[in-house]
Design a protein around this ligand. Structure first.
Ligand SMILES: [Zn+2]
Length: 240
């Protein structure tokens, strides 16, 4: 359990990092961080894993990705429309009542049919719970732990994209059309991808590794370093 708890501790802070960094950085039109956002989320998270958690992740990943978690962090977006996984589609976001600038789990965490826990916060909670109970060498027939890892890694990114928790009728900003510099876009897409791509072009010579270095600097000895302790507190409250 400690192994996965440490994994969770590693994943959680990055969600906050990505959230705060998104002021400088910006998908596919639908409801997900862009590929770039999810890949960065998982690259930073994996670099923070302690050895035991790192080994657990390595064991859970399929051989062909050679231990690279970020190679599969967009997988939940790729399969969400497959018949088998269609049930996961509401897990990428939360719709709150229009003009309700708060999130209430009991009120808001449900799918359009009202099924409870079917939102991104419920998904984070449930996949975390599955992984916490993972023990190496045992097979839990109820859950596929590899899928749980990939879903959790992806949804920790999604939940920190501000437009993934938005008003119901504007579909998380998807129906709010605007211009992003010289082309048409919408508010959701701006947050998912436009800010990232523009930031990369304007400040990082289109090199994601430079942006990653900047983010890592911010939480090691930069402006977010004092916040790391509070991220762990949030983690503990969620995992008990
Ligand atoms: Zn998503």
């Amino acid at each position: 359990m400690d192994r996965l708890r440490r994994l969770w501790m590693s994943l959680l802070p990055f969600g906050f990092l990505l959230f705060f960094s998104s002021a400088f950085i910006g998908v596919p039109g639908a409801l997900a961080w862009s590929k770039e956002g999810h890949v960065m989320t998982c690259q930073i998270a994996q670099a923070l894993l302690e050895p035991e958690a790192s080994e657990a992740v390595y064991q859970l990943l399929p051989d062909h990705v050679k231990g690279n978690l970020s190679a599969l962090c967009t997988w939940p977006d790729q399969i969400r429309h497959w018949y088998k996984y269609r049930w996961t589609s509401p897990l990428h976001f939360i719709d709150t009542p229009d003009n309700a600038c708060s999130f209430q789990y009991s009120r808001d965490c449900h799918d359009p049919q009202g099924v409870e826990d079917m939102c991104v916060a419920g998904a984070v909670k449930n996949f975390t719970s599955q992984l916490i109970h993972y023990k190496e060498g045992t097979s839990d027939r109820r859950y596929n732990m590899t899928e749980a890892l990939l879903f959790l890694s992806h949804f920790m990114g999604d939940i920190h994209q501000p437009m993934h928790v938005g008003f119901t009728t504007d579909e998380g900003g998807n129906t709010i059309e605007l211009r992003w510099f010289r082309h048409k876009s919408n508010l959701h897409h701006v947050w998912d991808r436009e800010i990232i791509l523009t930031g990369l072009a304007d400040y990082y010579d289109k090199d994601v590794s430079f942006l990653l270095q900047d983010i890592e600097r911010n939480y090691t000895d930069g402006i977010w370093s004092d916040d790391v302790t509070s991220w762990n507190i949030v983690m503990i409250s969620l995992s008990v």
